[in-house]
Design a protein around this ligand. Structure first.
Ligand SMILES: [Zn+2]
Length: 166
């Protein structure tokens, strides 16, 4: 089993192509967070009556979502996996970055900084993106019927891909 992650570094279009080709060739199942990129990029603006809060911060966040080309990567994975007979699973992104992949403890305090995950309950330490990718992968596999999970694990690699805006 493998977990891959695409961090905050901007991924160029070509990079997305390379990454999605490699992932779709080597993995039958890829799990992504179901981020609503469109909603997230619009939400900071707010309205005249209710101006968006923390617009400045959110603009930075939005920029990184767009820079990352997350939507593009998702599209490429979708069609490349279709060609190879694999599948793309989208999971609820809630708390994937705050949940311990070892014991399941959920706490905002588990994230000491952007890159570090440190579980306040069991002491598990990992790169924050790797920890979240494991949670995303686990969520994706949970959504499959158990029989197909066994088959997939027997025949091919599985990837949890975590793409983060923050
Ligand atoms: Zn833990």
């Amino acid at each position: 089993m493998k977990w891959l992650f695409c961090g905050v570094t901007p991924c160029a279009r070509q990079e997305n192509h390379k990454v999605s080709t490699v992932i779709s060739k080597n993995h039958a199942v890829v799990v992504l967070e179901n981020l609503k990129v469109g909603n997230m990029t619009r939400s900071a603006k707010g309205t005249v009556e209710a101006p968006g809060r923390n617009i400045r911060q959110k603009s930075g966040l939005n920029k990184s979502i767009l820079d990352q080309g997350w939507g593009l990567l998702k599209q490429m994975l979708e069609y490349k996996l279709r060609w190879s007979g694999g599948m793309l699973l989208l999971v609820d992104p809630a708390y994937t970055s705050q949940t311990c992949s070892v014991c399941g403890h959920v706490d905002a305090g588990n994230r000491t900084d952007q890159k570090t995950f440190h579980c306040l309950h069991c002491g598990h330490e990992a790169h924050a993106d790797v920890n979240a990718a494991k949670n995303i992968l686990a969520r994706g596999l949970e959504s499959l019927p158990s029989q197909s999970t066994d088959e997939l694990q027997a025949t091919a690699g599985l990837a949890g891909v975590a793409c983060f805006a923050a």
